[in-house]
Design a protein around this ligand. Structure first.
Ligand SMILES: *[C@@H]1O[C@H](CO)[C@@H](O)[C@H](O)[C@H]1NC(C)=O
Length: 174
């Protein structure tokens, strides 16, 4: 598990270093933060360095996608983690975390850095998901539960033979 966490960090922390994130507008009342596996509703513009607009959702409806599912480029997913509802961010995504050397012809050239301005409008989470999202608490509950079960099992079982022995000893004395 520790190895898993470490390797996740190797990928995740490295990626975070390459991203440039700037908060353009903070959320006044941050109640919900976007996390992996959240379904988010966003408005965004995506531009190339030279200013060419690749995508602008303000023209039509906001976009909806699930963070961590690969529906959008990984740089945008990483860049939005722990973003508040109501917050607006500038995210500069290097090509390695976007479309890489291949690009996405004809719109996105090879090795293109993408500039996003993202506004998080909504986080859609079911009740179960919101519980599961508190992963740490979930793990603590499970560990505590297992511990309790072990405690009960081991407290009861070894006592039975030792009590029998005691009874046996008492009988011998008598
Ligand atoms: C893209 O980047 C790679 C690796 O840095 C390089 O080998 C390649 O020539 C670049 N392609 C273009 C079109 O700039």
């Amino acid at each position: 598990m520790l190895l898993g966490l470490m390797s996740m960090c190797l990928v995740f922390c490295d990626a975070k270093r390459d991203l440039k994130i700037k908060v353009l507008r903070a959320s006044e009342d941050c109640k919900t933060k976007a996390a992996t596996s959240d379904r988010v509703v966003v408005h965004y513009t995506c531009r190339l360095i030279d200013g060419t607009v690749i995508r602008n959702t303000y023209d039509k409806q906001p976009d909806t996608f699930k963070i961590g599912s690969g529906e959008v480029i990984i740089g945008l997913e990483y860049g939005m983690v722990s973003m508040c509802v109501g917050e607006k961010r500038f995210i500069e995504v290097p090509s390695e975390l976007a479309y890489g050397e291949e690009g996405k012809p004809p719109q996105i050239p090879s090795n293109a850095t993408l500039l996003f301005e993202v506004e998080l409008l909504e986080v859609k989470r079911s009740f179960l998901e919101s519980i599961l999202d508190r992963k740490l608490w979930f793990i603590i509950y499970i560990v505590a539960g297992v511990f309790l079960i072990l405690l009960v099992v081991f407290k009861c079982l070894p006592n039975l033979p030792s009590q029998k022995k005691k009874i046996a000893k008492n009988k011998k004395k008598n």
